[in-house]
Design a binder for this molecule. Structure first.
Ligand code: BG6
Length: 506
């Protein structure tokens, strides 16, 4: 793979959690794999009073904690620099410009910059504005400037449109990289390869052969110390509007004419544009929301969401959401997609299950023969990454009894089984100017447009049901009712683990 052009990566919010847990370890992995450019520097920006020396020490400790194979690599640490300024203040930017010039001169780096916004969202339009005012975003004489914006990209449709507008006043769309880290996951990219590099799946990948599609992204952790942020967000904004809808788009899109950021993102956008709008008055027929409540899981007490730090006692924020949606186009007309996500569920798993239609004639008539003839393709995004196909097979011996068996591929069985972290891939792509795995402005807006009536209904109707579910269960029982039809059900990768607790309406 070609190494990217020489440049400086400026991280705003460098003393924060994202930088130390994800960004610096990802850069270190790129360094170890020799994928960083020959002339490269990282400039950390933050209000915390580090200097370059103490910032390097801090990152040294962070790498020890978050990077598997880190061992006091001075060559990497020397690439890190720090400038303590307040990025919300205009006067800080001449200092930044001066610092960048010093680094460029010291390392003979051309005027190519990536600005990574790992700050509170309130600064997402402020920083690019000041950068532009100080001439730091203008591309001249073959140089380039790119800006990576972390999620959340807006809090609702209006704020996303307004953020897009203010960013596009000072940057071109192709300078903008909106992160959705799910797109950086190896197994998520493999959805495209599975679908479009094999002749066997695509002919079946439509309403004629698929009964329904299920997407689950479950976490067993709670909100931890992020209660303050999470309570303003909730599962719908935090996971469903972005990560889960991106998965829907990859599963449902038409084949692109070629692999390029333009063609792939055009096809993904078309999926968002085809989502059947959910009317505000009908939200209860399509969506179930829940909140985790105290319970013991394998003997250990797990506290209720409302008892988490930073969460109001009477919070009505959802920590679980299950949604039924339809894609109104020729390929998917009438096929329901059921998607669910939640915290404090029994396990951590993200998977996509394609439920094929049963065979047209149940030849082998044992009691559960109908069920047995339903094939499932399970795309396991994480953990235990892989693909599983379930199909019926004859039970040995007399008669024709059918049993379900698995054809199961695990990434871990490959010779080179290391799966790169999402941030490694995404940072490298941005360095190479490839925005395919970043969300485009129009698609982000469409995704917000789809969830807008749900948010409006919740805002206007404080009686909209919110169901409590005990920690360690698969969310409220009402989520099961969303799956219509006798034979339709969620796939449960493991059993409920709660030792006690009851479901109730909050
Ligand atoms: C983040 C959400 O975007 O994704 C978190 O803000 C969530 O709440 C996380 O825990 C899940 O990511 P992953 O990669 O662990 O599935």
């Amino acid at each position: 793979m070609e190494t990217p052009g020489n440049h400086i990566l400026v991280i705003f919010g460098a003393s924060g959690d994202l930088a130390r847990r994800k960004l610096i370890p990802a850069l270190y992995a790129l360094h170890v794999n020799r994928l960083l450019p020959e002339k490269f520097a990282v400039l950390g920006i933050g209000r915390s009073a580090y200097d370059t020396g103490s910032f390097r020490n801090y990152m040294d400790e962070s790498l020890e904690e978050f990077s598997d194979d880190f061992h006091d690599d001075q060559q990497f640490l020397e690439k890190l620099d720090y400038l303590s300024i307040d990025p919300s203040v205009e006067d800080s930017y001449p200092l930044l410009a001066q610092k960048l010039e010093e680094i460029r001169e010291g390392h003979s780096i051309p005027e190519n910059y990536i600005f990574y916004l790992a700050t509170p969202p309130s600064l997402y339009d402020v920083i690019p504005g000041y950068l532009a005012k100080n001439g730091l975003t203008s591309e001249h004489d073959g140089t380039w400037k790119r800006v990576i914006v972390e999620k959340p990209f807006g809090l609702d449709l209006e704020s996303a449109i307004s953020l897009n507008r203010s960013l596009l006043k000072v940057l071109d769309e192709d300078q903008l990289y909106r992160i959705d880290h799910y797109l950086g996951k190896e197994t998520v990219q493999n959805i495209l390869v599975t679908r479009f590099s094999n002749g066997i799946y695509e002919p079946l990948w439509n309403r004629n052969y698929i009964d329904y599609v299920e997407i689950t992204s479950a976490e067993n952790i709670g909100v931890g110390n992020r209660g303050g942020y999470y309570d303003r967000s909730g599962a719908l904004r935090d996971m469903l509007q972005n990560h889960l809808l991106q998965l829907v788009a990859l599963v449902a899109m038409e084949p692109p004419s070629e692999i390029s950021s333009h063609t792939i993102r055009n096809e993904m956008l078309k999926v968002f544009q085809s989502l059947r709008p959910i009317k505000k008055e009908m939200v209860q027929d399509y969506l179930v929301r829940g909140q985790y409540m105290e319970s013991h899981v394998r003997g250990e007490l797990q506290k209720a969401y409302r008892d988490e730090e930073g969460v109001p006692e009477e919070s009505r924020t959802e920590t679980f959401a299950a949604l039924k949606l339809y894609i109104d186009n020729w390929r998917w007309g009438g096929v329901p997609f059921y998607i669910r996500t939640g915290k404090r569920l029994p396990t951590k798993v993200t998977e996509i299950v394609i439920h094929f239609r049963p065979s047209p004639h149940a030849l082998f008539c044992s009691e559960d023969a109908g069920y047995n003839s339903e094939n499932q393709l399970v795309i396991r995004i994480q953990p235990d990454e892989g693909i599983l196909l379930k199909f019926g097979m004859k039970v040995q011996g007399a008669g024709y009894n059918v049993q379900n068996v698995n054809m199961d591929f695990h990434y871990r069985d490959l010779m080179n089984a290391d799966i790169p972290e999402a941030y490694e891939r995404l940072l490298l792509d941005c360095m190479q100017g490839d925005s395919t795995l970043y969300a485009r402005g129009d698609a982000v807006e469409e995704a917000w447009r789809f969830v807008a009536p749900i948010l409006e209904r919740w805002e206007q109707d404080n009686k909209f049901p919110l169901y409590g579910y005990p920690c360690g269960t698969w969310g409220p029982e009402q989520a099961d009712l969303l799956i219509e039809g006798e034979r339709r059900t969620w796939r449960y990768p493991c059993k409920n683990l709660a030792d006690d607790g009851t479901y109730c309406e909050l």
